[in-house]
Design a protein around this ligand. Structure first.
Ligand code: AP5
Length: 219
């Protein structure tokens, strides 16, 4: 099963993506994680992406399409993949369709995570992430240890207020059209991916159950 997770910054794509991938027994691809690793390692891709990410701007489509193509061709992705934040512009959505088509596969579902904007700001302003495994936490101080791997928790540079405002703007201007694009496709029927809205507020476990229920009911 190939699934795209859509939603604004802080909607819980990373949190739920990890859980849903585990429940379905397939890998997760998060372009944000891939790019942050490239920045840490100082690769050419990381050097290209760093400025965009720190400002909260989207990284150019060509870079994302390269990551997408390479990750989807890996043998471990053959059974399906959860795509967390991978599609943020219409050219990326078209590119994903092409890449999957070339591999003889298709996108099964698009999950749209709905969260109120005040709640998003609250989540992002109190988030720390594990420097090693990227697990996000709310309300834990930088410097504390990750429960999963013992790594150090840090604040993301793009969780500073100015960058958060920019990320929200990029979402409204560049990613909102992708939602319409997928909705129109789903409405046309045929082989189009299902478009599923998820109420992504409330306890994390409950949101996971909502996602799993919807995937099952609408299969
Ligand atoms: P990325 O890392 O993907 O950032 P994002 O989309 O802004 O999303 P976040 O990681 O901030 O939030 P999330 O929805 O994953 O929420 P999370 O689970 O952490 O991308 C970073 C940057 O990389 C982009 O700005 C861009 O520059 C670049 N990039 C990446 N992909 C790209 C692409 N395709 N095209 C172009 N550029 C790209 O949850 C947030 C917080 O809330 C956490 O603290 C979590 O613990 C908490 N939380 C989660 N669920 C709940 C809940 N139900 N209740 C309470 N708290 C919750």
């Amino acid at each position: 099963m190939n699934i795209v997770l859509l939603g604004p910054p802080g909607a819980g794509k990373g949190t739920q993506g990890e859980r849903v991938a585990q429940r379905l027994g397939i890998p997760k691809l998060a372009t944000g994680d891939v790019l942050r690793a490239a920045v840490r390692e100082g690769t050419e891709q990381g050097l290209k992406a760093k400025g965009y990410m720190e400002r909260g701007d989207l990284v150019p489509d060509a870079v994302i399409l390269g990551i997408m193509k390479e990750a989807l061709a890996r043998p471990e992705a053959a059974k399906g993949v959860v795509l967390d934040g991978v599609v943020r512009t219409v050219p990326q959505a078209e590119g994903l369709e092409r890449v999957l088509g070339d591999l003889g596969r298709r996108l099964d579902a698009v999950l749209m995570f709905d969260v109120d904007e005040d709640e998003l700001v609250r989540r992002l302003s109190s988030r720390t992430v594990c420097e090693a495994c990227q697990t996000p936490y709310t309300g834990r101080e930088p410097g504390a240890s990750c429960e999963k791997c013992g790594g150090r928790l840090v604040r993301r540079k793009d969780d500073e207020p100015e960058a958060v405002r920019n990320r929200m703007r990029a979402y409204r201007e560049q990613t909102a059209p992708v939602i319409d694009w997928y909705q129109r496709k789903a409405a046309a029927g045929g082989n189009a991916p299902r478009f599923i809205r998820i109420d992504a507020e409330g306890p994390i476990d409950e949101v996971t159950e909502r996602v799993m229920r919807q995937l099952k009911e609408q299969a």
